[in-house]
Design a protein around this ligand. Structure first.
Ligand SMILES: C[S@@+](CC[C@H](N)C(=O)[O-])C[C@H]1O[C@@H](n2cnc3c(N)ncnc32)[C@H](O)[C@@H]1O
Length: 208
């Protein structure tokens, strides 16, 4: 991603690319920028816990933003979504206790929590949820296609499969059960075989 950004924006002179975790951003922040106008994060901060949001977000605003600067983020809010419930249910059905502690990458704090954390540091704070409807089509129109399970195979499901480490048998059994539950939760539209995936996202825009 950084390589592509470097290539695409090579003509811009005052641009710096840094690679950092959210947690280490303070020490990697380019020294020539004391503070910045905008901090923007799309679909990434869900990978760190709500406890870390409570530590980091007030500091981003206080320490890294100019007066009047804006912090904006979007994160998935999927805890009540059938696709994500199925990850937990499949583990329970199969008695895979090693999956009990897997953290789903998603919004953990409520809007009320964010308000309590941030309001003292902001002149304005806007938060909202949007539910997107993704219309997923089977790649080959076959009855066995499971586009919702495919959609999360490379993201949400990854943490569960990683926790099963090298146990190929368990991974296969777990994946099969997950796909079965998801297919049940997301029936296809009779007319055109489309599968509708409703995806809730949380947005927060805080101006200092
Ligand atoms: C779904 S991608 C979103 C990428 C990009 N923002 C976009 O909108 O296309 C999630 C990104 O979060 C990054 N990520 C995960 N944990 C992180 C952490 N602790 N600190 C910083 N980035 C992290 C991953 O490396 C990945 O690039």
């Amino acid at each position: 991603m950084l390589d592509k950004a470097r290539r695409d924006h090579s003509s811009v002179s005052n641009i710096h690319f840094i690679q950092s975790t959210f947690e280490d951003l303070f020490s990697h922040f380019p020294s020539q920028y004391n503070q910045v106008d905008v901090i923007y994060s799309n679909a990434a901060l869900q990978w760190t816990s709500g406890a870390n949001h409570a530590l980091l977000l007030p500091r981003y605003i206080k320490e890294l933003l100019k007066p009047d600067g804006t912090f904006a983020m979007q994160i998935p809010d999927t805890k009540d979504q059938p696709s994500h419930k199925a990850m937990r249910v499949a583990a329970q059905v199969l008695g895979l206790v090693e999956l009990d502690s897997v953290r789903q990458a998603r919004s953990e704090l409520t809007s009320t929590c964010y308000r309590r954390l941030l309001r003292a540091h902001c002149s304005s704070l806007n938060m909202w949820n949007t539910i997107y409807c993704h219309e997923l089509m089977d790649s080959d129109g076959g009855k066995e296609e499971n586009p919702v399970a495919n959609f999360f195979a490379g993201s949400g499901l990854g943490a569960y499969l990683e926790a099963l480490a090298d146990d190929v048998q368990k991974k296969e059994t777990y994946t099969r059960e997950y796909r079965r539950l998801v297919a049940e939760a997301y029936p296809k539209e009779a007319e055109d075989n489309a599968t509708l995936l409703f995806m809730k996202r949380f947005f927060l825009v805080a101006t200092k």
